[in-house]
Design a protein. Structure first.
Length: 635
């Protein structure tokens, strides 16, 4: 089964698995005992030659769905991937699992490029990663059209990039269908983590999928705790979150390069291990910063949304959105970079109503401002929610969720705090409605709130609104609380927004309420700076056989084994010039510490250890365990 060690990796002959069963490949190559939700059905659909669209959450095991068929098919599989870093990461992971694969992109020297093409022609490669831009080049099309090469499968990763409804539309994806026409007998599989019904239909149409089988896995990432907090003293809020995950990796997203640079420097000045990442940095600096983060040399990256799409780092413990994302698709994609290993993680969104106008500023360059506004409204509804956020998030993607039936004690900050009781907001509501009337229903939320708070801004004075009866009568609430109240009143049907500038307008119900002077009870929460941590979260990952054991709380030997394995993994990763998680992830490390394997056979029962990794790393792992056990005995 094994070829000679090549480029520091133990190799399995890529033709070994042709015509075998998916379960055999899953265990032998990847070290897993059972498939996750829908994985086997998707694989069977592809193997039967049916075009397939698979919607699976980030960290849900999408790559397995095309990698296993690629090994079972006789010919090659072409994987279209949007980023060089994503290709490199996938190839590195396959190499450590013993499967030789290649990518063809601009990061290769011409000699390495030619070598990879020769390996493809000689049948040494099953999986070929290319960019959508590269796919349209004559060089790659001529190579794959060679008589000695049979293209069995075309895989489209991040398939939402083909849709203008998606959050990351890539025009080059529209050319994929012309490539597919060159290989009419090849099956096509499209995969993405975020796809509303509009996006799904675009994918099917633009990729010209033939009567595809469609599989939609749950979007629910139960291990990620969802939190939204009013953005006040944002640096303090961020620092508090970082300290709650001391020594762990995290990503902080900002909407501007300037905010990225300022926040990264502020964290560095406070002594945190942090770097910045955005398009304003030169290529070498961006590559170095990403590499340092992926390999664990730096713990925190502050970045614009361009960062992370090509990263498979499984041990990101928190993702913070410093600014409001433009859509729930974008938000879901970003928080999906946390907890990909299934272990507990947190997604913190710092929300300020002022961020809404900043987002709308970019709508002018949007292909369809109406679509952009519709997506933004979904994001606002999530951020201003007064009931379970997970239910709102999943509902946006068409999935029902009942927090009472969840196996977690809490899934978001609202559920963690308990159901929010309704309180008497009659007086503030009356003040707000009166102020909207006094300003003649001509202004948006920020302006009306500034009048209520007694602002002396020039435009308020120029309009004479410092002279009206509602000027300065709302100081019992802060600005964020007034924004919250407006959102609640909109949800209750008392107020609406209209026009390009979201001008506040009172509804018939709002006028009736004001004239009746009836009591108004709303689920209002006063602004606080508290960071709500998940309490009593229960890990749930995969099926019963495919879930790693965690060491018992009183297993002190296991703790020492984990610490020793981290040191060994770090050193081995440096030697091989790969991220530590490519050797194995934290779940595998915990399972090793819990099971304490003493030979190769027992090592193969560990989560994520396949034949090649057992062959290459087994002796070293067992030696680490034995050294810890001996030290324990001597103590």
């Amino acid at each position: 089964m094994f070829d000679a060690c090549y480029n520091n990796y133990v190799k399995i002959n890529v033709h070994t698995f042709e015509g075998t069963e998916p379960e055999f490949v899953l265990k032998t190559v990847f070290g897993y005992d059972s498939f996750r939700q829908n994985q086997k059905k998707i694989i069977q659909s592809v193997l039967s030659g049916k075009d397939t669209l698979a919607i699976m959450p980030t960290g849900g095991g999408k790559s397995i769905c095309y990698q296993i068929p690629a090994l079972i098919f006789e010919g090659v599989t072409v994987i279209v991937s949007p980023l060089i870093s994503l290709m490199q990461d996938q190839v590195s992971s396959l190499e450590t699992a013993g499967i030789h694969s290649v990518f063809l992109n601009s990061s290769l020297s011409w000699d390495d490029y030619k070598k990879s093409m020769d390996e493809i022609r000689n049948g040494q490669v099953k999986m070929i990663y290319v960019s959508p831009e590269g796919l349209s080049t004559e060089k790659i099309r001529n190579l794959l059209s060679s008589p000695e090469i049979k293209v069995n499968c075309i895989t489209i990763d991040e398939a939402h990039c083909v849709s203008q409804w998606g959050h990351d539309f890539r025009p080059d994806y529209m050319e994929i269908c012309s490539f597919r026409a060159l290989f009419p007998d090849a099956v096509m599989i499209a995969l993405t983590a975020t796809a509303t019904e509009n996006v799904r239909q675009d994918i099917i149409k633009n990729l010209r999928l033939k009567k595809p089988e469609i599989f939609i896995s749950s979007f629910n990432r139960e291990n990620i705790f969802l939190q939204v907090a009013p953005k006040k003293n944002a640096l303090d809020q961020i620092v508090q979150c970082i300290k709650d995950y001391d020594g762990e990796s995290g990503i902080i997203y900002c909407n501007s390069r300037r905010a990225v640079d300022q926040l990264a420097q502020a964290l560095i000045d406070l002594g945190f291990s942090a770097i910045n990442y955005h398009a304003g940095l030169n290529d070498d600096m961006r590559a170095k910063n990403q590499d340092d983060f992926v390999k664990g040399k730096v713990l925190i990256v502050v970045a614009t949304i361009a960062f992370g799409m090509g990263i498979n780092k499984p041990d990101v413990r928190f993702v913070i959105n410093y600014d409001l994302p433009k859509s729930l698709e974008e938000y879901y994609q970003e928080i999906g970079r946390a907890g990909r290993d299934g272990l507990p993680a947190t997604a913190l969104l710092l929300y300020s109503a002022g961020d809404i106008n900043k987002v709308r500023f970019f709508f002018e360059s949007s292909a369809d401002p109406r679509k952009a506004e519709a997506r933004l409204q979904g994001m606002i509804n999530f951020a201003t929610a007064v009931s379970c956020r997970r239910r709102i998030l999943l509902g946006y993607f068409g999935e029902a969720y009942d927090p009472k039936k969840s196996n977690k004690d809490c899934c978001c900050d609202i559920c963690a705090s308990g159901e929010l009781p309704k309180v008497d907001m009659t007086i503030p509501v009356q003040k707000l409605l009166c102020c909207v009337i006094r300003t003649q229903e001509r202004f948006g939320s920020s302006y009306v709130i500034d009048v209520l708070l007694g602002s002396k801004q020039k435009r308020i004075i120029d309009n004479g609104h410092n002279q009206i009866s509602t000027w300065g009568i709302g100081t019992e609430l802060c600005k964020d609380d007034w924004f919250q109240l407006i959102d609640l009143m909109i949800a209750a049907g008392y107020v609406t927004k209209y026009g390009e500038y979201s001008i506040l307008q009172i509804t018939e119900d709002g006028y009736s309420l004001l004239s009746s002077k009836e009591q108004v009870m709303l689920p209002f929460r006063k602004t606080t700076l508290a960071f709500a941590k998940p309490s009593g979260s229960k890990e749930k990952t995969g099926g019963p056989k495919n879930t790693a054991e965690k060491p018992a709380a009183d297993d002190t030997v296991a703790e020492k084994i984990i610490a020793a394995l981290k040191v060994w993994r770090r050193r081995k990763a440096d030697d091989m010039n790969v991220p530590p998680y490519v050797i194995f992830g934290d779940k595998t490390m915990y399972d090793i510490a819990a099971k304490k394997p003493c030979d190769r056979a027992s090592l193969l029962n560990v989560y994520g250890i396949g034949e090649a990794k057992a062959e290459q790393f087994g002796k070293s792992i067992i030696a680490v365990i034995e050294d810890v056990m001996k030290e324990e005995e001597n103590d």
